[in-house]
Ligand binder design. Structure first.
Ligand code: ZN
Length: 610
């Protein structure tokens, strides 16, 4: 009956939890900074620019004061990796080398896990085969020459595991069949293709240079493939599969992550060839989206690792548009964006081949413009500036752009630049800019509103101080918070209040707390939260309560009794209201005897709340 009765024994769950320090685990995903006794960082679950995500090492809990996500180390891993509770436990057990036998998971889970495992094993095998063919066989000679001609070094080919898919319909198909892989599963995994459901599967990639794509754990989950000749399409990617979600993965992130964090900067390219080419000349913090434009999820993943991002896209019209779109998403995710500008008609790979890595780093990356400077340049390039009307149009559009800047210092900087260049009065420009700002605000610039809201969140503020909560709800919260932290107080409350909490979730939580202690556990907020397992709403509630600073409101033991009294009185008041409603109903129905009986019942109740 207990929904929290997991298949993994309670003591194992506890061992896993206590060996995985929440600061270490969350620190792998979020850049945390210590402030006082706690750690703060940018929430991985919502977009924000100032940190409102707190990790409490004493309580082994986390909570975001912006979006409300909270819980213990299991809740965090469930949320961030998209796992169910048992999977989160397995995942963290593996991290600290605890072995949990898996035989008791459900048949469906087991089946899905086996299929995924088989897909991963096949990708691993196929990647090795392609790589071997490229380096050591006649099949790969043409591709090998192609790469060497493009100044690709052997070490780079090995580092990235590049390969060659032979121009054959069944080279991979046969080898997979021989190894006992299910061909229909391999079709689902994107390695094979089928004309229709009843036809024979065949090799999806033929006669192409193969670029393995890895997940965040560094496992091959897909391929990018480039043709050697004029076949279309020039680039072909694996389809979406259970392993490969294009909008969530970034090419090379598993390799570049350490450098990105160390340098607190990532370089975002459009294509994987650019990433590899830049890597070869020592740019080890490069990543790319996968044949699609950047997504919101990818922007958030990037923000989890760094604040500053240099966009290094092609200089053609499509590249400029992609850069604008990507920049918007990154800014929304809280990144500071710079734009590296390629000479007309070149992509980063071309540039590096032609001018070399040093010049790429010095002239392209180090010269990356701020996003505003870049936007102003693009706006400028759309106008013929020696024409008076065009020039005024440019100034107006530039002012619109400048008005969006949140910092007065930055606005001033660009206003000065333009006023000097075009010999315009700075004051007049400032006035005009303010006018535009007001119009933008009137038009309901939701982004600005959102930013203001985010920035106004004071990360040290306690959730306990939510204004406007009725006193009895606060009392219930304080009591539950104390109960989570003290078995004695829980016992006291159990005797005097029992299940009489006015808020339904509070009553449910109280019941769990009573049972938790009755099973002999000591008070420990994070452990109690594992006990709730996947009751997500209660987990959040309990974490929120466990992190309330009740001690600040608690000066004498008497206060606990005060809270109890208030909660009990409130329960009685609600009972009185209920009885009075029933009484009126009976009176209206002419059921006098029943109405009188209720009024008698009400007398002692009403006396007791005075
Ligand atoms: Zn949040």
């Amino acid at each position: 009956m207990r929904s929290m009765a997991g298949r993994i024994p309670e003591d194992v769950i506890e061992r896993v939890r206590s060996q995985n320090d929440i600061v270490d685990v969350i620190g792998q995903y979020v850049h945390l900074k210590k402030t006082g006794r706690n750690y703060f960082g940018l929430c991985p679950f919502h977009s924000e620019k100032s940190p409102s995500f707190a990790v409490h090492p004493d309580k082994q809990l986390f909570r975001c004061y912006g979006c409300g996500e909270s819980g213990n180390v299991f809740s965090f891993v469930m949320k961030v990796e998209g796992l169910e509770f048992p999977e989160a436990v397995y995942n963290l057990a593996q991290r600290v080398g605890i072995d949990i036998p898996r035989e008791e998971s459900t048949p469906e889970n087991e089946k899905a896990r086996k299929r995924k495992e088989s897909m991963l094993a096949a990708h691993d095998l196929v990647a090795k085969l392609y790589h071997h063919l490229l380096l050591n066989t006649d099949y790969g000679a043409q591709a090998r020459n192609y790469l060497l001609n493009r100044q690709m070094q052997l070490a780079t080919i090995e580092e990235f595991g590049l390969g060659y898919s032979p121009d054959s319909w069944d080279f991979i198909t046969q080898r997979l069949a021989k190894r006992g892989f299910s061909l229909s599963l391999m079709e689902e995994a994107g390695l094979l293709s089928q004309k229709d459901r009843n036809s024979r599967p065949f090799d999806r990639f033929r006669g192409r240079v193969m670029f393995p794509i890895h997940n965040s754990q560094g496992q091959v989950v897909a391929f990018g493939a480039r043709t050697l000749g004029d076949d279309q399409p020039k680039y072909l990617n694996s389809p979406e599969t259970p392993l490969f979600n294009k909008s969530h993965l970034l090419f090379n992130l598993h390799r570049a992550r350490t450098q990105i964090r160390k340098q607190q900067e990532a370089v975002l390219f459009e294509g994987y060839v650019d990433v590899i080419s830049a890597w070869q000349v020592g740019v080890h913090n490069g990543i790319a989206s996968l044949g699609t434009s950047l997504t919101e999820q990818q922007a958030r993943i990037i923000r989890r690792n760094t604040e500053t991002v240099i966009l290094c896209y092609d200089s053609d019209q499509a590249g400029i548009e992609a850069a604008f779109k990507g920049a918007d998403l990154l800014v929304a995710a809280g990144c500071t964006v710079k734009v590296a500008q390629m000479p007309q008609g070149m992509d980063p790979d071309d540039y590096i081949q032609q001018y070399g890595g040093e010049r790429f780093k010095q002239e392209i990356l180090l010269n990356a413009a701020s996003l505003t400077a870049y936007r102003l340049q693009v706006i400028r390039s759309r106008h013929t500036l020696n024409d008076e009307t065009e020039r005024m149009k440019f100034v107006h559009e530039a002012l619109e752009e400048i008005s969006r800047l949140p910092s007065a210092v930055e606005r001033d900087h660009y206003l000065r630049q333009i006023s000097e260049e075009f010999h315009l009065s700075l004051d007049a420009m400032k006035q005009e800019q303010k006018k535009i700002f007001k119009q933008q605000k009137k038009a309901g610039n939701r982004d600005n509103l959102k930013d203001g809201w985010n920035n106004s969140i004071d990360s040290s503020r306690s959730v306990a101080e939510k204004p406007m909560l009725p006193a009895y709800i606060k009392s219930e919260q304080y009591l539950l918070s104390l109960m989570i932290q003290s078995a004695e107080i829980a016992e006291q409350v159990q005797m005097k209040v029992g299940a009489d909490f006015a808020v339904e979730d509070h009553a449910a939580l109280a019941a769990h707390i009573y049972r938790y202690y009755s099973e002999g556990y000591a008070s420990d907020p994070a452990r109690f939260i594992s006990f709730l397992q996947d009751e997500k709403r209660l987990v959040e509630k309990a974490s929120e309560l466990a992190m309330m600073d009740v001690q600040a409101h608690l000066h004498a033991p008497r206060t606990v009794s005060d809270y109890i009294e208030q909660v009990v009185k409130n329960a009685k008041r609600m009972q009185i209201e209920q009885l009075e409603r029933e009484q009126r109903m009976h009176e209206r129905a002419g059921n006098t005897a029943e109405a009188v009986r209720i009024s008698l019942e009400l007398i002692p109740l009403k006396r007791s709340v005075k």
